[in-house]
Design a protein around this ligand. Sequence first.
Ligand code: DQA
Length: 150
Amino acid sequence: MSSADIQILVLHGPNLNLLGTREPEVYGKDTLKDVDKGLSLLAGELGVGIDTFQSNHEGELIDRIHAARDQGIGGILINPGGLTHTSVSLRDALAAVAIPAVEVHLSNVHAREPFRHHSYISSVAIGQICGFGVASYQLALRGLVMHLSG
Ligand code: DQA
């Protein structure tokens, strides 16, 4: 597949709408708008299309994943927020559509509280990037596009 045909869906889970003011010592000072703007610029450089969606509701994220299959989305970049550590249903939605997905976290979840060490998402993702702040998203997008164009 040439990168010009690739459409990427970026999903942000619960509480990520508060980026910039939410625990800035952990998640940084950039807002979600900043993150999405950076991703749009990088997508332009890489020659792929991008669509972004944030929700605080598990079911809305699941519905968006289901719709992605009909929309011909080639890859999903997802920061599931706290649902990473709790949601079998989100995991099952990704498995159901079988669209290659990369799991992203701003913080290094493995160096934090033990309840953050387990991810339900990792086993259905092609990879996980965490700990680089906003750059985690950029690295994940590059990795996903390389995977899809390779
Ligand atoms: C997070 C890490 C999660 O443990 C947490 O619940 C979040 C953000 C991150 O980006 O570092 O909401 O996904």
